[in-house]
Design a protein around this ligand. Structure first.
Ligand code: GAL
Length: 711
């Protein structure tokens, strides 16, 4: 009764049935604030991921709160939380989940909902991360494990500070069906939520703060950055060995092989134990592969068959619904995860398996549990759906952590907070251009994405796809259905081999750049808008004018087919059928990666690279440390020589990262950063030097030579 009176009082007080709430703000770290609206739920994205801030977060610069706090509102009505953030005229927005067709998100209406990507950027995706970053240099994150509705600058409130002008469509050609909106509005179906605001000053700084809050990016083992082949379903141990041997005989690099359905005695649903026919002696098989320096990654989805040895034990801890008739373990319950991951440990990890591909934890409504499903922990179907991939990643990583061995695997569902987990997203969609747009978008939201290669209609397509997977977080052929090999298209086998070897040669660069992702939060693969000096219309007189029509800007001018790879590289892929393309070079001098020749400065160039080249450009002063084209990543303690390529005319420094490449000892300080200095001698000629290693037990690099690429 008492509460009813209060409620009625609130209704009267606000006049419109909306209970106005104050947002309570607190400072979490320099330039990071947390706001509480209403009563946040006990289970949220950061709790699901167990995300803990990385050490470097506290070293970020102090910044002002990026808005007037009074311009942000949070109210709870109808059991849901309504959030509003201001939006200025010239702002563009990025993020809001793993989108595949658009980079600019201003004007979008989305529901962030875990799902297999269905061909539309509507929020249903493999990583529906509720984080966005603005071109004005700040970020916003809503920490709720819910399906969140997003109106990214579409709604127009009566009390808008910058209302659109009323126009008469009968007479005024400038009438717009989408009048100007000055707010990002979100609806969280929960009676409260946490929100985080991240300062810049640049958009990249805001992304870095977001990544660091969530533990920093992942640091893969060195071998994870080599090449991986996923073999056809139902392969036998003998066939897998043969596959590995053919890579080595033909001289193609290979660090790990992925086994697809068929390694288990049953699957969909799975037993999580080896099939005795195809794999009669798993320990001997895994050992033999490791002796060949090939690690194994096993496909699973977590749905448990009645034939699984632990089926009876796990049933009390599974959800109300099945997936493909398999039971769904509630990983938030210790018993469920001990039983499930205990099986993986005993049967696979303990004999040397190096990782997993955690499949089908994202959705498709017709096979996943419906929202009406219940789980024994009390979590709802919706909360479980938003976080199931995150839970599976979290507990599988512990299997490897316990052995002090890093892993690097694949997952089909991720979310906020999982930034530091060593998993790369993929899916069944196969649109090459959209795969690249997803790679760009992954960098805004703290996840990794691979544009995996499966099969192709032509040799041209095969080569074009291969070129991009080499410049991605996981260089992979997924031949689970096609049975393809890198050399499957003989016309292009030579350039394919060259590319695979280039991936290996670039390992010191990739490894250092991933270390920067881990320790400093800087995404390795990222969109051009995060690059200083980048302007869409680099050499045209038309300005980026978001004032006239932000939506038009988003759909007509966005660049979604070129991206940054590490500190210095700009990658501009070509797709099947293209022989030339435009590349937008940000301000500053850029050089051709292969020849070192000057390519342009703050301009749009048109290039015709030939089929065997993917255009890659290096920023002035770019330093790319490379190693010999080995067929496997160097082992812990193995030394490799370095060839340090230097591009352009600028002097500068590069920070080369080193550790044992395999264990978690870097978390205890067993790592090294060595400065590579590029200076000018008395005659003005560039010369290079590298600091000696600072740690006796961290020395992966032997002889160092410098290669000045720009003559
Ligand atoms: C799909 C997955 C593929 C492959 C296949 C095996 O769901 O996306 O990559 O693993 O399952 O059945």
């Amino acid at each position: 009764m008492f509460y009813r009176i209060i409620y009625l009082f609130l209704l009267v007080a606000t006049g419109n049935g909306i209970a106005a709430q104050n947002i309570t703000w607190s400072t979490v770290a320099p330039g990071v604030w947390k706001g509480i609206v209403g009563k946040p739920e006990a289970y949220d994205l950061l709790k699901a991921a167990d995300a803990r801030p990385a050490a470097a977060l506290k070293n970020m610069s102090e910044q002002e709160f990026p808005f007037a706090k009074a311009d942000i509102s949070g109210t709870v009505t109808d059991g849901k939380t309504y959030l509003r953030f201001p939006l200025e005229k010239e702002e563009q927005l990025f993020g809001f989940g793993l989108n595949f067709q658009t980079v600019h998100q201003r004007g979008k209406i989305l529901q962030l909902h875990m799902d297999h990507y269905g061909g539309k950027d509507n929020g249903r995706t493999h990583a529906p991360v509720p984080f966005y970053v603005s071109s004005k240099g700040y970020g916003v994150f809503v920490n709720a494990a819910r399906y969140i509705n997003v109106y990214a600058g579409s709604g127009v409130r009566k009390d808008s500070r910058n209302p659109p002008e009323e126009k008469d469509r009968n007479t005024d050609k400038s009438w717009s069906s989408r009048p100007y909106s000055d707010a990002v509005e979100l609806l969280v179906p929960a009676p409260g939520t946490e929100v985080y605001v991240f300062a810049g000053p640049t958009a990249l700084d805001a992304v870095r703060r977001y990544n660091l809050l969530n533990g920093g990016g992942t640091l893969p083992p060195r071998w994870g950055l080599g090449f991986t082949q996923r073999v056809r379903s139902l392969f036998t141990a003998a066939e897998v060995k043969q596959e590995a041997d053919s890579f080595s005989v033909k001289g193609y690099p290979l660090d790990f092989i992925g086994l697809e359905p068929g390694w288990q005695s049953r699957s969909y649903p799975g037993t999580f134990e080896w099939d005795k026919g195809r794999y009669p002696d798993p320990p001997a098989f895994v050992k033999e592969m490791l002796d060949k320096r090939i690690r194994l990654n096993l496909w699973i989805n977590p749905y448990v068959s009645k034939s699984a040895s632990f089926y009876k034990a796990i049933t009390p801890f599974t959800g109300s619904h099945t997936v493909w008739t398999g039971e769904v373990p509630d990983f938030t319950i210790p018993e469920a995860r001990n039983i499930f991951f205990g099986q993986l440990k005993k049967d696979q990890v303990d004999i040397g398996v190096s990782g997993y591909k955690i499949d089908e934890v994202d959705g498709y409504d017709y096979y996943l549990w419906p929202d009406v499903a219940t789980f024994p922990s009390g979590l709802s179907g919706e909360q479980m759906r938003q976080t199931y991939g995150v839970l599976a990643m979290k507990y599988s990583v512990n299997l490897f952590r316990d052995k002090n061995q890093r892993t690097y695997g694949l997952v089909r569902a991720s979310n906020a907070g999982a930034n530091s987990y060593p998993y790369v997203l993929y899916n069944d969609y196969y649109h090459h251009e959209d795969f690249i747009t997803a790679l760009i978008n992954s960098g805004y939201i703290g996840v990794l994405w691979t544009p995996e290669v499966r099969a192709s209609k032509t040799a041209e397509e095969w080569l074009r796809r291969f070129q991009t997977v080499i410049f991605s977080p996981m260089a992979m052929i997924n031949a689970w259905s096609s049975g393809t090999k890198p050399w499957s298209y003989p016309e292009v086998a030579a350039p394919i081999k060259e590319l695979a070897l280039l991936r290996m040669r670039m390992m010191p660069y990739w490894y250092s750049e991933f270390a920067k992702y881990h320790f400093e939060g800087t995404p390795v693969f990222r969109g051009m808008s995060l690059e200083p000096g980048y302007q869409v219309n680099a050499n045209s007189s038309v300005k980026n004018n978001l004032e006239d029509n932000p939506y038009l800007e988003a759909v007509t001018k966005e660049v979604k087919d070129q991206y940054m790879a590490g500190e210095y590289l700009l990658v501009a892929p070509l797709f099947t059928g293209q022989t030339s393309r435009k590349v937008v070079l940000p301000k500053g001098r850029w050089y051709d990666f292969y020849t070192g020749a000057f390519a342009g400065d703050g301009e749009v160039i048109t290039v015709t690279p030939g089929l065997d080249k993917i255009p890659v450009y290096v920023k002035d002063g770019g330093v790319i440390p490379m190693m010999p084209p080995l067929l496997h990543a160097p082992k812990a303690g193995e030394k490799v020589d370095l060839e340090i390529r230097v591009y352009g005319e600028k002097t500068g420094n590069y920070r080369l990262y080193d550790d044992d490449g395999e264990t978690f000892d870097y978390e205890k300080g067993r790592y090294d950063w060595r400065t590579i200095r590029i200076e000018k001698d008395s005659k003005g000629k560039l010369k290079g030097s590298i600091e000696p290693s600072h740690k006796k037990d961290v020395q992966s690099y032997g002889k160092v030579t410098f290669q000045f690429m720009t003559k």
